[in-house]
Unconditional design. Structure first.
Length: 540
């Protein structure tokens, strides 16, 4: 029988989409009668499938797939959020939840730790990325869905959960009791002084607490003598619009345009300006971007570039300038619906065009970039000082340097090692000297802080590749990628054993893009002086 509660979800979704179409469609003239007719078509089709289809029918899957298909006819980013996806989105936006402090994925039927938040209960008990949670409260988890596992792992603060983990090099399961706590999802993945003058902050994404966390990080760096700053937005997929505005406002004074939106939905035409005085002292800023910097991170990079407040280094960003409004529709589900486009202060629309199937658009980050590209005359815009910038697809850096993987440009072989988490799995062989949380592994290696990747360790990694057979060893490519491979071996071991700040600090010393960025503060200082002169003249 039809699940009428689920059916209500799809009918409401169709209604919301129809109303959006009335505003967004170029010739939309949807009437109440037309919407009701669409209801009848859908409910008749759903009833026929449930009543006549030869196989077993799951109403939820039918309805959710129908909504997804409907939204996929609009643009690459309008999407349906089932109850699980909607809840996860809210957790990311709020930046907190109650649990162990891990994210999981199902890999070959195993519940596998994919991300571990530093300082979380799981981190303190010794869990590692790549661990398999093979048992929860005595139940074998093989074949479980991620939803089943999450349902067991999350719970009220102060309660405990018993788990058994399987780790490479351990013959038996490691039994642990972990106490749940409030988990804060960090949006800053590294904040420290590179040298006595240079501060560094890496924004991993944007959540409802990003501006607050950035403010604390900048205050701390200033107290340590920061005179210049690298703001790293690489691989940042974005987040709430208001946080992008607040982050930009930390560097731009009250009244400066930060971003504006234009659409056909009521109240979608908005101008967003700085409402606070800048909280960052006048210092040179270099912003780092790559092909995976998108949405809110592009707003920040575009605003600082247009106002000549920062020198942008790296790759051209993804090019997502569509504003999604999220509607909670019913039964815990939601819609992320495109309601406007945003423009940088100079008038740049950085949204890239898309093909009918979105294939070219969605695979953008997999293709090689060129330093210069063709532009149409109407795509030319000017920054405050008259520097040329362009619309038509992403924020183009002031100085281009390819580096899609942690600032490196490895071969296909090296990229496969990174994408398939080979470095993270290899890191499981290592423990920190003096770490007694989980011990007893077979063939376990120990390392001290500030270790170097020796020839023996590199040979061990090569043997690991042959043993695992996950990525076929290519000797020529291995030689070409050896500096990248050594950097990633060290990074993943340090990330698991000594924390993100230590790992990121050491990685930056090898990261080609970061090292190039450090040479660009002269250009950033010229922009800062130019902006200071212009503002002084304007105030007279």
């Amino acid at each position: 029988m039809v699940n009428w509660r689920v059916l209500f979800t799809v009918l409401l979704a169709i209604s919301v989409s129809a109303m959006a179409g009335a505003y967004l469609g170029p010739r939309a003239e949807a009437t109440e009668e037309e919407v009701e007719a669409k209801y009848r078509v859908f409910t008749s089709a759903l009833a026929a499938i449930e009543g006549q289809y030869a196989g077993t029918v799951e109403s939820d899957r039918l309805v959710y797939s129908a909504i997804t298909g409907m939204l996929q006819t609009l643009d690459p980013h309008s999407s349906f959020l089932d109850p699980k996806s909607y809840a996860q989105m809210r957790e990311r936006q709020e930046g907190r939840y109650y649990g162990l402090g891990i994210s999981i994925q199902v890999i070959e039927g195993d519940i596998t730790v994919f991300t571990l938040f530093e300082g979380s209960p799981a981190y303190k008990r010794g869990l590692r990325r790549g661990d398999i949670i093979a048992r929860i409260e005595g139940e074998n988890t093989k074949g479980w869905t991620s939803e089943q596992a999450v349902g067991k792992l999350k719970g009220p603060k102060g309660t405990t959960v018993n788990i058994g983990i399987r780790r490479r090099g351990f013959e038996k399961l490691v039994d642990l009791t972990v106490e749940r706590d409030e988990i804060h999802i960090p949006s800053i993945m590294g904040s420290f002084m590179i040298d006595e003058r240079t501060g560094y902050v890496r924004l991993r994404d944007f959540s409802e607490i990003t501006d607050r966390d950035l403010g604390r990080a900048l205050t701390d760096l200033s107290s340590k003598g920061m005179k210049q700053l690298i703001l790293d937005l690489r691989d940042n997929p974005g987040g709430p619009l208001d946080q992008a505005i607040r982050v930009s406002n930390r560097f731009l004074p009250r009244g400066d345009m930060i971003v504006y939106t234009r659409g056909r939905v009521r109240n979608s035409e908005q101008d967003y300006r700085g409402t606070q005085e800048t909280s960052v002292p006048e210092l040179p800023v270099v912003v780092m971007t790559n092909r995976n910097s998108a949405s809110a991170s592009e707003i920040v990079a575009g605003a600082l570039q247009d106002h000549d407040r920062a020198w942008v280094v790296g790759e051209t960003t993804f090019g997502k300038a569509l504003v999604q409004s999220v509607y909670k529709i019913s039964e815990g589900a939601g819609l992320a619906l495109t309601t406007a486009r945003y423009y940088t202060p100079s008038g740049r629309l950085i949204q890239r065009p898309w093909d009918g199937t979105f294939d070219e658009y969605l695979t953008y980050s997999l293709r090689e970039q060129e330093e210069r590209r063709e532009h149409k005359p109407d795509e030319l815009k000017l920054t405050d000082s008259g520097r040329q910038v362009y619309s038509g697809g992403g924020v183009e850096p002031d100085r281009f340097l390819v580096g899609p993987v942690e600032g490196f440009n490895p071969t296909r072989f090296g990229r496969s090692l990174y994408a398939r988490q080979v470095f993270a799995d290899f890191a499981q062989r290592y423990s920190a000297e003096g770490d007694t949380r989980i011990t007893g592994g077979k063939n376990n290696r120990t390392v001290a802080a500030n270790f170097t990747v020796s020839d023996a360790m590199l040979a061990d990694f090569k043997a690991f590749l042959v043993e695992e057979e996950r990525v076929k060893l290519d000797e020529d490519a291995f030689t070409k990628d050896v500096e990248f491979i050594k950097a990633m071996i060290k990074y993943d071991i340090e990330l698991q054993l000594f924390g993100v700040e230590e790992a990121r600090k050491h990685l930056l010393t090898k990261d080609p893009q970061a090292q190039f960025a450090l040479t660009q503060f002269g250009e950033a200082e010229k922009l800062m002086r130019l902006t200071q002169t212009r503002r002084t003249t304007a105030s007279r």
